[in-house]
Design a protein around this ligand. Structure first.
Ligand SMILES: Nc1ncnc2c1ncn2[C@@H]1O[C@H](COP(=O)(O)OP(=O)(O)O)[C@@H](O)[C@H]1O
Ligand SMILES: [Mg+2]
Length: 308
């Protein structure tokens, strides 16, 4: 029996971000899993009337299954704190810091984690970024500071592609970040309640793990456990725990890395609300430990609390 058995659980999903479609899948899967565990679940698509809906449904605890802006960035967490409704995952500040790559990169650096060399440009300056502004040269990766799911992320191989990539990134939330392209193995680590569960290797069919690669079945290969030396696995798991702790996260996170040939784990980001369909990466890693998807969702729900 979990703490929340017999209580009214709202799975918050959908929302207005560019990752709405992904969240609809995450939310539906988590709601199913929680029902299998015997919970009384209502699915709430988060719109401008969400506060009234939570009250009308007499919601006692919220399972946050949103991605992107307003769901992953501290906004909904602030609303839930204000309404005194305990919720899963990270609190207001950790969510906001995790969502903003300008802020999270600065914290990663201060923690002594390996961060690929990068430059930050305000959106208004994006039109005039040139290769001369990039001490690390090309290839580079251009991304908006405030999105997820690879939305607005571009791999730039030659100078002519830089302008269009920066202008596109500037059409999304946050600063424009340009960083050195890191060659290596893409490895994501699931962290639950502060402990790294495992590391999964991602091999996209194309140059990088873009939106299509993330959500089109069959375009990406996954290897669990990651096919890197044991010492490199240990290093990337340690770095993931340090990042989770350093940002102040709660519940489950997925910390993304590129592990260079020498084993240096270059951190890309902390996802405070990772994808949670039955075939997403965190559930894949949990399954490798014998933790089923319903049990994982139940564990996450168990951690629901007010955090501010
Ligand atoms: N510096 C980099 N070097 C190489 N590939 C990168 C780099 N930054 C991002 N990528 C690729 O782009 C993908 C998305 O970047 P990421 O920073 O994780 O943003 P998002 O929040 O959109 O997932 C990564 O999964 C990786 O494949
Ligand atoms: Mg990512």
């Amino acid at each position: 029996m979990s703490t929340w058995t017999g209580k009214k659980v709202a799975v918050l999903y959908g929302g207005r971000s560019s990752e709405r479609e992904v969240s609809l899948k995450t939310g539906a899967a988590c709601a199913d899993a929680l029902r299998q565990k015997g919970h009384d679940v209502v699915l709430v698509d988060v719109d401008l009337e969400v506060a009234a809906r939570l009250r009308a449904e007499r919601v006692e605890v919220a399972f946050v299954a949103l991605h992107g802006r307003w769901g992953e960035d501290g906004s909904i967490q602030g609303l839930l704190e204000s309404m005194a409704i305990p919720y899963t995952g990270s609190g207001v500040l950790a969510s906001a810091m995790g969502m903003d790559k300008t802020v999270s990169k600065a914290i990663f650096r201060s923690l002594g984690l390996a961060v690929a060399d990068y430059r930050v440009f305000p959106r208004a300056a994006a039109g005039s970024i040139g290769v001369g502004d990039l001490p690390f040269g090309l290839p580079c990766v251009v991304k908006p500071a405030g999105e997820g799911s690879s939305v607005g992320v571009h791999l730039v191989n030659d100078a002519a592609e830089l302008g269009p990539a920066c202008r596109d990134a500037a059409s999304y939330a946050g600063d424009v970040i340009v960083e050195r392209y890191v060659k290596g193995t893409e490895v994501d680590v699931a962290v639950l309640d502060g402990k790294a569960l495992g590391a999964i290797e991602i091999v996209p069919a194309n140059a990088f793990y873009d939106y299509a690669a993330k959500y089109t079945a069959g375009t990406t290969k996954y290897f669990y456990p990651a096919r890197i030396p044991e010492a490199h696995v240990r290093a990337v798991m340690d770095a993931a725990e340090a990042a989770h702790r350093g940002i102040g996260c709660s519940g489950v996170t997925r910390v993304d890395f590129i592990v260079a040939g020498d084993g240096t784990p270059y951190i890309l980001e902390v996802n405070t609300l990772p994808g949670m369909t039955a075939t997403s990466l965190v559930p894949k890693i949990a399954a490798g430990l014998g933790l089923s998807f319903p049990d994982l969702c139940d564990r996450i729900l168990d951690g629901a609390a007010l955090k501010s």
